[in-house]
Design a protein around this ligand. Structure first.
Ligand code: HGY
Ligand code: MN
Ligand code: MN
Length: 431
């Protein structure tokens, strides 16, 4: 679905609603500016959590926020908050945002669109002359993707109290660098940014994100009102064998970690075959040591990402992993660590209605739908009422350098967000 920019403005009535003040060019130019930070030759973005590129992108965001007069604060795990002060500053804020970090072959929109849509929505509220009662905050969550520091949803998980600060700071990447070290490295960039306590309360949280699936485009819809997120387990499997000479070591005495790992992965993929294609099993990372052509592999470490919308069934699937790995270990040892379990979540029903009302008022075709991808709104929903707005992904392509969403679709999602944040900012306030 890609209507031109003027059509976008036509679907918006002439009221002073913030949606009328969302600036299509400013939003899409900022997205293009951000995509230059960590740009890959194939047209994607590689901006891993807490790398210099991540720091640079956060600083650019701080610059835009400061220019708008927003108050910038940062918590101990590196989450960044940009605050539009309200006339009743003691009320808990309406918050909107997403993540800045990407997958190694990430696209230009996953995460960063939600951060910049929130900034644009705040800018539109200001431009509309709206004075918010409740404060409205934009948030950039740190390490949502979990590709450098596993598991994912780190910053939002700490905010929601699902993960301790200490445990998060101790996470290490494949080079042994900890989150603590990486934050330390970036510290000088944020010297002028005030610290804020962890886990401050939100009145409501709304995240705008590309759908990362084919539904909205296939059905020619502009807006997805997200009803919830499917559940997910992540595991780390370590297989220990014995290094040996590939020429002299007889097969019958080998302890080949890679052969054992391959047997485990094959058996798991067969165990998780689902004719309805709802169960999602992925091995995305596999590290072989010493990774030398003439050495029988001594150790293999591989990841498992396992998802399903039904909590009970997901739990059953989770049990299959350790027993299957043990069964196929052969002469090797195997250690299965469950890193993270996110139960399937349902988003706040009133917020779903609020988002639907805003989409309807803007005359935007919409649908309620489940998210197959994880988002920071998931952990946040465990603590505060949360909701999500989806916009179409071309071909459903994502976690891929060719990820694309039409600019007009990005703008429409931002218009819906602007009106939702504006109406939430007036709820539960002293008249
Ligand atoms: O894993 C996810 O679903 C998210 O894209 N990090
Ligand atoms: Mn994302
Ligand atoms: Mn992602």
């Amino acid at each position: 679905m890609n209507i031109s920019q003027e059509q976008t403005s036509k679907t918006v009535d002439s009221s002073t609603r913030p949606s009328s003040f969302v600036n299509h060019d400013r939003l899409n130019t900022r997205l293009a500016d951000m995509a230059k930070i960590g740009a890959t030759p194939a047209g994607g973005v590689n901006r891993a959590a807490l790398t210099p590129e991540d720091g640079k992108a956060q600083l650019l965001l701080v610059q835009w926020a400061t220019d708008l007069g927003l108050k910038v604060t940062r918590d101990a795990i590196g989450n960044l908050f940009l605050r539009l002060e309200g006339t009743q500053p003691d009320l808990s804020p309406v918050v909107s945002g997403s993540h800045i970090d990407t997958q190694p072959t990430g696209g230009k929109f996953d995460g960063i669109y939600g951060v910049l849509a929130a900034l644009e929505a705040v800018e539109a509220i200001v431009a509309s002359g709206g004075v918010v009662s409740r404060p409205v905050e934009v948030v950039a969550w740190v390490n949502e993707e979990g590709s450098r520091f596993a598991p994912s949803m780190m910053g939002s998980g700490v905010h929601a109290g699902l993960r301790s600060l200490e445990a998060a700071l101790n996470l290490i990447d494949v080079d042994g660098v900890s989150v603590r070290d990486a934050l330390q490295e970036l510290e000088p960039l944020f010297e002028s940014v005030a610290q804020r306590p962890l886990g401050l309360p939100f009145y409501r949280y709304v995240e705008t994100h590309i759908e990362q699936g084919p539904v909205l485009e296939r059905d020619d819809l502009a807006i997805g009102i997200v009803t919830g997120i499917q559940g997910k387990h992540t595991f780390r499997v370590t297989v220990n064998g014995e290094a040996a000479h590939s020429g002299t070591a007889p097969h019958k005495t080998r302890k080949d970690a890679l052969l054992a790992a391959a047997g485990m992965i094959t058996a798991l993929s067969e165990a998780f075959v689902d004719p309805e294609d709802i169960t999602r099993f992925t091995v995305g990372r596999l590290i072989v040591e010493p990774n030398a052509p003439s050495v029988v592999p001594q150790q293999v470490v591989f990841s498992i990402d396992l998802r399903h919308p039904d909590q009970e069934y997901l739990e059953q699937l989770g049990q299959v992993v350790p027993e299957t790995c043990q069964r196929h270990a052969g002469p090797c040892d195997v250690h299965v660590e469950r890193l993270y379990t996110a139960k399937p979540i349902a988003f706040d029903h009133q917020l779903q209605d609020d988002i639907e009302a805003a989409a309807r008022a803007l005359d935007l075709p919409h649908i309620r739908m489940l998210s197959s991808a994880g988002h920071d709104a998931g952990p946040i929903q465990s603590k505060f009422p949360a909701g999500m707005i989806f916009v179409p992904s071309v071909g459903g392509v994502t976690h891929n350098e060719t990820e694309f969403t039409h600019p007009a679709d990005l703008t429409r999602g931002t218009q819906v967000l602007a009106d939702v944040l504006w109406s939430l900012s007036k709820e539960g306030v002293d008249a």
